[in-house]
Write a protein that binds this ligand. Structure first.
Ligand code: MG
Length: 374
């Protein structure tokens, strides 16, 4: 195998290592090992039945968090290779970035956060870290997956200062105002490219969005016009795919070029330089504007579409009722989540609920509340 040549500002090795030190892996890098541990985790398999916009049973073709995470990893890896960054680290972060998400996407997260208000709140980034640090039970020698620091800092992405203080080394950058590695910055933007574009695609497939509406969004319209001019009479499904494909390509290319410009300007010579400089992975100002326009379109026209809102309202009710029922009577919980003491109990309930898939949460709610189901 030829030696991989990373850029000097890439994370070539894990400088900060693992919480519990382990012998170095043979035949694969530390970050390949992290990726493999993530893929074999229970939380990763659950991503198949969790969604962000459309509830899992609404249709077989909609993205799930699993396919979303794979798309993020694909986009992240191709950019990482072009920039000579550590692809394995980008892949590990991408595949793990949504592990802490509740069922029913953002509606679930908001509901759980409200339920947990008096007990320290609920942040999905923090929960993703908690999954890999504590909740996965797969190894005899340690709790969680014992991932490298660089993978964990990428997974954490954002967190409040208050929470950062309780996180030790991985929270320190939020207090000191430092950036994460370029690999982590990249995974974050790959996430954004992936979800904006697949939400357009899923929105059109569901019929909640129309091509006419999207023609008012400059980034989409630009590519749509090109496709229609080049392929007159092309069937609508293919017009949509071709347009979305070109949009992803334009965003990826712009991100690479602007990041390269930033790297030239700030000339980081090490990961430490990357951490103490402004964010280097970025879109150009023009693309940033087009991207924000697309995001605000999706927010108003898709995420707040009345049919999505109905699902959101129902999801929120399910989460809150489950939380209430379990907190009031912890005997209803599977024994490993029954701690029966104050705020620890609330956190255990949140862990249990956050780990549920959409369909499991619906079933669990039915088991607890549907009178005919005894
Ligand atoms: Mg995501």
């Amino acid at each position: 195998m030829p030696e991989l040549i990373y850029a000097p500002y890439a994370v070539s090795v894990s400088a900060h290592g693992r919480k519990i030190s382990e012998p170095a892996p043979s035949g694969r890098s530390e970050f390949q090992r992290d990726r493999d541990r993530i893929i074999h985790s229970a939380a990763f398999r659950r991503l198949e039945y969790k969604t962000q916009v459309f509830v899992n049973h609404e249709g077989d073709l909609f993205r799930t968090r699993l396919t979303h995470s794979i798309e993020v990893a694909q986009i992240g890896r191709s950019i990482a290779r072009r920039l000579r960054l550590n692809e394995d680290l980008v892949e590990a972060i991408s595949l793990a970035h949504d592990l802490g998400h509740t069922p029913f996407g953002h509606a679930g997260q908001e509901a759980l956060n409200e339920c947990m208000k008096e007990y320290g709140g609920f942040e999905h980034n923090l929960q993703s870290l908690r999954v890999v640090d504590v909740l996965e039970e797969r190894y005899a020698a340690f709790e969680g997956l014992n991932l490298c620091f660089e993978t964990r800092e990428g997974i954490l992405k954002h967190c409040s200062k208050e929470h950062a203080q309780q996180l030790g080394e991985v929270g320190a950058r939020f207090i000191k105002g430092l950036r994460p590695s370029l690999e982590a910055q990249l995974a974050n933007l790959a996430d954004e490219i992936a979800y904006n574009n697949h939400d357009v695609d899923d929105g059109l497939r569901s019929g909640l969005l129309t091509l006419e509406q999207l023609a008012s969004v400059r980034l989409f319209a630009q590519h749509l016009d090109e496709v229609r001019a080049a392929y007159p009479g092309l069937a609508e499904r293919r017009v949509i795919h071709e347009t979305v494909r070109r949009m992803i390509n334009a965003l990826v290319t712009d991100l690479i070029q602007q990041t390269e410009r930033n790297i030239r300007k700030f000339a980081p010579e090490s990961v430490e330089d990357v951490r103490s400089t402004q964010s280097l992975a970025a879109f150009s100002p023009e693309m940033q504007e087009l991207n924000s326009e697309l995001k605000s379109f999706l927010r108003t026209k898709l995420y707040r579409h009345y049919q999505v809102m109905r699902m959101t309202a129902k999801a929120s009710r399910i989460i809150k009722e489950l939380f209430q029922a379990f907190l009031e009577d912890p005997r209803l919980l599977p024994p490993q989540f029954n701690m029966a003491t104050g705020s620890k109990q609330a956190r255990a309930v949140a862990d249990y609920i956050a780990g549920m898939t959409d369909r499991y949460a619906i079933r669990e709610h039915r088991r607890l509340f549907a009178v005919g189901d005894i």
